[in-house]
Design a protein. Structure first.
Length: 182
């Protein structure tokens, strides 16, 4: 098709559709010349958006429980579940949280994105972290850290930190957390 008024299409804004004025369609080997301009609408959909919930809790002095859920519109699934009794394994996971300071870095959520004038990214992985240690509870949100780490690391430094944390956690647990569930 011939686009009469080309526009640039951003991959990181809120728009879910784009209207273009087109003429001259080519269907197979046939070219159709339109005497009038036609409206053509291109829709974007969130094919690979996924929400992950990671829960870590110490429910007994020497035990650590780790659960990873994939929360989709039609189905929630448990991706990973394990209770660690071994203090060495238990300690490795706790050290990983300390290494990246996950409990103290700023959430990469809607408020942070708005406050720092970052574009809203619709496609990708969103993570929620719930950590309970004794009576202390922490909750963090990280929306699409992979995208922000790649394109906006100067404003969203926690995105790179969290992305590295997820990669290390995947290696440690031997499970894919960052891949979308279908």
């Amino acid at each position: 098709m011939k686009i009469n008024n080309p526009i640039s299409i951003s991959t990181t804004n809120w728009e879910d559709s784009f209207r273009l004025t087109v003429s001259k369609f080519c269907v197979g080997d046939t070219i159709i010349n339109s005497k009038k301009d036609l409206d053509f609408r291109l829709y974007r959909f969130m094919a690979f958006g996924d929400r992950k919930l990671i829960r870590v809790s110490t429910f007994e002095k020497y035990k650590l429980k780790v659960d990873v859920y994939s929360l989709t519109a039609y189905k929630d699934s448990l991706v990973y579940h394990k209770t660690y009794n071994d203090s060495n394994e238990n300690g490795k996971i706790k050290e990983l949280f300390k290494k990246y300071d996950i409990l103290n870095i700023a959430s990469l959520n809607y408020d942070f994105i708005s406050r720092n004038d970052l574009p809203r990214v619709n496609d990708g992985n969103m993570y929620e972290i719930e950590v309970k240690v004794d009576n202390n509870f922490t909750y963090k949100e990280f929306d699409n850290p992979e995208v922000y780490a790649k394109h906006f690391a100067n404003k969203a430094k926690q995105a790179a930190t969290f992305t590295s944390f997820i990669r290390d956690l995947e290696k440690m647990l031997n499970v894919k957390i960052s891949e979308p569930e279908f």
